[in-house]
Design a protein around this ligand. Structure first.
Ligand SMILES: Nc1nc2c(c(=O)[nH]1)N[C@H]1C(S)=C(S)[C@@H](COP(=O)(O)OP(=O)(O)OC[C@H]3O[C@@H](n4cnc5c(=O)[nH]c(N)nc54)[C@H](O)[C@@H]3O)O[C@H]1N2
Ligand SMILES: Nc1nc2c(c(=O)[nH]1)N[C@H]1C(S)=C(S)[C@@H](COP(=O)(O)OP(=O)(O)OC[C@H]3O[C@@H](n4cnc5c(=O)[nH]c(N)nc54)[C@H](O)[C@@H]3O)O[C@H]1N2
Ligand SMILES: [Mo]
Length: 765
């Protein structure tokens, strides 16, 4: 007898990819009313003369002229190149108070913004404003602040290198380092953790390395949804017989089996390729324990081999020549107790041993990871233990091996490279002095958490956002909403309307900009911008569609306009000259960052060039000049998780969203259709609470120290294949339950994937 499932919940047995993906794209194209134009647009994504797909930061294969099909890339592109518009008449018809009640999906689904708008308090509406008046108003408001440190300058990682570089130049010339950034919510644990370990805060592998890897480990990322082009790589590796070992609390379909839409046989025969050779359903937050368990076994087997007179298992030559800290690390592994490793990871000894055996038997290992690793209170420690595991057998800095963080936004890594950072070092100040003749401050500014705190308690008075939807992306959204409504100035440079724009300050301005797909014409003619992918490849991106309205400007032009109005002629920076021809911006980037030598020449080569990643060549830019085995004391993420009632909530993206942009209400691969108000739970955890699938439940944070409620109510419980003690729900809805104080102290990354909560039946009323 089959049980009746809650509405919209089904068992989904098909592989990821395949015809389902093609069908989904067809329906997206129809919805965005761009069938002909949209199809042509898709064919130019990630092509040498085309634009960089705004979908993800996975690199493009080098020698390809064939179209790489990707369902979610297609959604990202069509969402941007939609024929739908949000003109001034839209705002005339809808007050901001009424728009507040629209869903996030409805707000963005109206289409592209077409006109600069300023909020009018009397009519409760956004009214059109000219660009010059908008810039002058922003300049005047920023000029009124008592200190530049009362302003916050957010960046979401879609901005090009050129836009981000000008933005940081403007903000530094203005006089602050308050650079909250989407990376602070994403891979900050990587940016902080890896430089301490291997001297560089980026991945060390190239796409070609996957061709000679003998084993691939995947921790806490969902490529079928979030990096779909990576599936081509994993599919090829699996077909070569390379073991792929997955650690993830949820059985993500694409990591189980995948039908490549590129593969005619799989498409014609409805067959698919298994991806994971072993799937370990680690508990949410259990990775540190799992990693220590694997490393403990590697060290034990090494000792046993030596004792039996055989060769050791670890790479002693590498450890000796290239690393420090090994003995203390070995002691830390010896001291880690097995009972806690097994309890916290939720995995058996045999499972960990099988993973250790794959690791030991492979000559070259690549380890990939995503948000399941970084968005934890011990995110930085997680990242550093991953580096330790790889270093044990010299798996960094040689062909076919290395560390592969799956970055988020398509240019988040590039934004960081060209100076978006709240912790600038002296070399950045030197570079700016060389290029522009002034020396900016290197006093630490605000990261995203510190920005939210400063806005909530009224220390910050102005917020400028280069893209993104900060208020919705952050923990404790309610408190941030209230804080943002008290600001003196809010400026949003955006392609589409979202909730952050509705949190109006005394002066609120929304400035519409080009997206990746739009043709960007400046005084010297059409321009290309540049981006950097997850593997440090920098290349050009050129849009070609007619922009949605003649009023739109490019991000560099908007930043230049604000800078001119705010700074006047300060430091003699000629903003108009810079934006007339983006080659001039790139010439300055090259002066500030010598790694970009011959920048303009090298981006004219199809495919671009790779930035120097010292650790890829075993050069370690650490204080000791060696890679470092770093310690992570303890195994437990959060003492509150030992509360007998506690469950650990992890917050995820559905298959039908891009961060706070909700394309639709389906999460096909997880069998959820037409809704997002669900919480995935283990059957035993449900039963233990007297609950059954389909019951309405409330999820509350256990972080009650400040008395805030942090509860979502009347969500539907879904029985799911997830380890006991872990539950999962969708981002951003679940941010209501995440406390701003819940973050990794080492990096400031919010612990979105390790929230201690309790679950109770909802009040029937
Ligand atoms: N289509 C699409 N593409 C995207 C995005 C998008 O929203 N939509 N977002 C972009 C951005 S900004 C980013 S950062 C990336 C995000 O890409 P991912 O890192 O894949 O992001 P998440 O959806 O948050 O999923 C993380 C995965 O980690 C697992 N997980 C959760 N908790 C844990 C844990 O404690 N341990 C382990 N081992 N696993 C865990 C989840 O089950 C899930 O499979 O994707 C980028 N690309
Ligand atoms: N609970 C929970 N919270 C999370 C996460 C999680 O896993 N769980 N993930 C975190 C992560 S990894 C990230 S990166 C953040 C994301 O945080 P953000 O980057 O701030 O959010 P997005 O949803 O990507 O921003 C969408 C908006 O960007 C604007 N936009 C789109 N394209 C462009 C463009 O080309 N130019 C400009 N100027 N604007 C554009 C549009 O107006 C759109 O509404 O969220 C974080 N929050
Ligand atoms: Mo991200």
């Amino acid at each position: 007898m089959t049980e009746k499932r809650p509405e919209g919940i089904e068992q989904y047995d098909a592989p990821a990819g395949g015809w389902g993906a093609l069908k989904a794209v067809a329906s997206t194209l129809a919805h965005q009313q761009i069938v002909a134009q949209g199809t042509a647009t898709l064919l130019k994504a990630n092509q040498p003369e085309g634009f960089d797909c705004p979908g993800c930061a996975w690199p493009d294969p080098k020698h390809t002229s064939s179209f790489e099909f990707c369902e979610n890339g297609a959604k990202a592109i069509t969402w941007e190149s939609t024929a739908r518009r949000v003109p001034p008449e839209f705002f005339a018809q809808n007050t901001v108070s009424s728009l507040w009640h629209w869903t996030d999906h409805q707000l963005e689904d109206q289409g592209r913004l077409t006109h600069p708008m300023i909020f009018d308090h009397d009519s409760d509406r956004y009214l059109p404003i000219s660009w010059e008046d908008a810039f002058a108003t922003i300049g005047a408001e920023l000029g009124k602040l008592e200190s530049p440190d009362e302003a916050e300058f957010y960046t979401s990682g879609r901005a090009s290198n050129e836009a981000a570089f000008l933005y940081q130049l403007f903000v530094r010339a203005f006089g602050t380092n308050n650079f909250p950034d989407c990376s602070n919510m994403c891979h900050e644990a990587t940016s902080v953790g890896l430089p301490q370990a291997i001297g560089v805060g980026k991945g060390t592998v190239t796409l070609e390395d996957f061709d000679s890897a003998d084993a691939i480990f995947s921790f806490g990322h969902n490529p079928g949804t979030n990096h779909p082009r990576m599936m081509t790589t994993l599919h090829n590796a699996s077909r070569r017989g390379v073991p792929i070992i997955v650690f993830n609390p949820l059985k993500e379909r694409a990591l189980e089996k995948f039908a490549a839409p590129q593969n005619p046989v799989e498409m014609a025969t409805l067959s698919s390729t298994p991806i994971a050779s072993a799937y370990h359903q680690v508990r949410a937050g259990g990775d540190l324990a799992a990693l220590k368990g694997i490393m403990k076994i590697v060290l034990e087997k090494d000792a046993a081999a030596l004792a039996a007179g055989r060769h050791g298992i670890i790479d002693r030559a590498f450890i000796e020549e290239h690393t420090t800290g090994f003995e203390a690390f070995r002691k830390d592994m010896e001291d880690a107790p097995w009972d806690r490793i097994l309890a916290v990871s939720g995995l058996t000894y045999e499972a960990l041993e099988s993973a250790a055996d794959v690791y030991i038997n492979a000559e070259n290992v690549i380890l990939c990871y995503g948000m399941g690793i970084t968005q934890h209170r011990h995110g930085t420690a997680n990242v550093q233990q991953i580096a330790n595991l790889l270093m044990l057998r010299g798996n960094i800095g040689r062909t076919g091996a290395g560390i592969c963080p799956l970055r988020g936004h398509s240019n988040v890594q590039g934004n960081r490279t060209v100076g978006i950072t709240e912790i600038p070092g002296p070399s950045l100040a030197d570079g700016i002095e060389r290029a522009f003749g002034f020396r900016p401050s290197i006093i630490k500014g605000h990261n995203a958490i510190e920005t939210a705190e400063a806005i909530i308690d009224g220390r910050s008075k102005a917020l400028v956002c280069l893209g993104g939807n900060l208020a919705v992306a952050m923990p404790d959204p309610g408190a941030i909403f209230a804080g943002m409504r008290k600001l003196d100035l809010a400026v949003h440079i955006a392609t589409k309307l979202n909730r952050s724009h509705l949190l109006t300050a005394k002066v609120s301005i929304v400035l519409p900009c080009f997206g990746r797909t739009d043709l960007d014409t400046q005084a010297s003619g059409p321009q290309a911008v540049t981006v950097e992918d997850s593997m440090s490849m920098v290349h050009a991106s050129r849009g070609f569609l007619n922009p949605p309205s003649e009023m739109l400007r490019s991000e560099p032009a908007i930043v230049a306009g604000i800078a001119k109005a705010t700074l006047g002629n300060r430091y003699g920076i000629d903003w108009d000259f810079l934006i007339a021809d983006y080659d001039r911006i790139r010439e300055k980037i090259e002066v500030v960052f010598p790694d970009f030598r011959d920048f303009n020449k090298r981006i004219r080569v199809p495919g671009g060039f790779r930035l120097d990643v010292a650790a890829s060549d075993r050069r370690w830019k650490t204080p000791s000049g060696k890679a470092v085995f770093l310690l992570a004391p303890g195994l437990d993420e959060d003492p509150r998780q030992s509360d007998p009632e506690a469950l650990v909530l992890t917050t995820l993206r559905s298959h039908d969203q891009y961060n706070t942009t909700v394309y639709g209400l389906n999460d096909r691969y997880r069998g959820v259709f037409g809704r997002r108000d669900v919480v995935f739970m283990n059957r035993h955890d449900l039963a233990e609470r007297g609950l059954s699938e389909g019951d309405l439940i409330d999820v509350s944070s256990l972080v009650a120290t400040d008395g805030a409620p942090r509860t979502v109510s009347r969500y539907t419980a879904v029985a799911y294949d997830i380890p006991r003690g872990s539950i999962a729900g969708y981002y951003p809805e679940m941010n209501t339950v995440v406390a701003l104080s819940d973050y990794d102290p080492a990096s400031g990354t919010p612990a979105y994937k390790g929230v201690p909560v309790k679950v109770v039946r909802s009040d029937p009323a």
